[in-house]
Ligand binder design. Structure first.
Ligand SMILES: Nc1ncnc2c1ncn2[C@@H]1O[C@H](COP(=O)(O)OP(=O)(O)OP(=O)(O)O)[C@@H](O)[C@H]1O
Length: 286
């Protein structure tokens, strides 16, 4: 048997092991982390539940993400990532449970919570008849920035995201990747303490992907809390301090990629992920 095949088989067997231990895995890992008081978490979710016509899409979810951390939210198609994010950013009312952004309850103090938040949806919604610069100018007004601040931040972000040469073109004429980058510029305009990104790497070319990874690492280093959902396990492994794996609306495991790999004795996050979620193979479609 070749070394690669042997490692894959070992990963599979060990992964099946942790699949059975899944509920205790998270507890074991969280004991290894210095405790972050929940009240000081940048993003805090307690007991979040959302049902659609009797089907439970998000099932009693708990999450605490501190400032300065990049948290990867992983799950197969339909696992409940977008539903969780929509409840967290105030777009979808939970059936029960609560969510806080920078200490503000999203549903009781939505203005304060949203002021601290930058959010990019999985599908970018832009005003197609505005130019890139006009779009950011409009968002600056919505965010209550002065004209000078808006102009300065707009120029900085357009340059940072390599969009300056397209700034006067209508958003409707942008490519998918350019739209994603402009949406990100919009989310960063008011320098939020908390950034929530649903599939931020979708549609980006390798150069823009590298650029975004570096930008997120810099923002986290400066203290921004970042939660991102992704299907790209290599990216999660590279830039996320912790990852949470959601499946059928429940958090199966949570920890750093290294902790998850060590605990599972698996060679990579993909092996951990596939084996945890393969108990329902028809859903393991990441
Ligand atoms: N408005 C809705 N009405 C009915 N069911 C919904 C609605 N929104 C989401 N769902 C269901 O909830 C489940 C979770 O969906 P969600 O979009 O949160 O998954 P996801 O993890 O983001 O998936 P993907 O990776 O494919 O984007 C799915 O079964 C989906 O069909």
């Amino acid at each position: 048997m070749k070394a690669d095949e042997q490692r894959t088989r070992q990963d599979d067997e060990l992964g099946q092991d942790i699949a059975h231990q899944a509920p205790s895995l998270r507890l074991a890992i969280s004991r290894n982390r210095p405790e972050e008081p929940a009240g000081r978490a940048a993003i805090r979710i307690e007991g979040l539940v959302r049902r659609f016509a009797g089907f439970t899409a998000v099932d009693n979810l708990q999450l605490h993400i501190p400032y300065g951390e990049i948290y990867g939210f992983l799950g197969s198609n339909g696992a409940g990532k977008t539903t969780t994010i929509k409840m967290l950013v105030g777009l979808l009312e939970p059936d029960s449970g609560k969510a806080w952004i920078a200490g503000h309850n999203m549903w009781a103090e939505p203005v304060a919570a949203k002021a601290a938040l930058g959010y990019v949806a999985d599908r970018s919604i832009l005003y197609e008849r505005l130019s890139g610069r006009e779009f950011l100018g409009f968002l600056g007004q919505v965010r209550g920035l002065s004209l000078a601040e808006t102009e300065e931040r707009t120029a900085h972000l357009l340059a940072l995201l390599e969009l300056s040469e397209y700034a006067e073109r209508l958003c409707g004429s942008y490519s998918l990747g350019m739209k994603r980058k402009l949406a990100l510029a919009g989310a960063l305009l008011h320098q939020p303490q908390v950034l929530i990104l649903d599939e931020p790497f979708n549609g980006l070319d390798p150069r823009s992907t590298r650029h975004l990874k570096d930008l997120l690492l810099q923002l986290a280093q400066a203290g921004t809390a970042i939660m991102l959902s992704t299907h790209d396990l290599a990216i999660a492994e590279e830039i996320c301090q912790r990852v949470g794996i959601i499946h059928r609306g429940k958090l199966l495991a949570e920890g750093s990629a290294t902790e998850l790999r060590q605990l599972a004795r698996a060679s990579n996050l993909e092996a951990v992920f596939l084996n945890l979620t393969n108990r329902q193979p028809e859903e393991a479609s990441i």
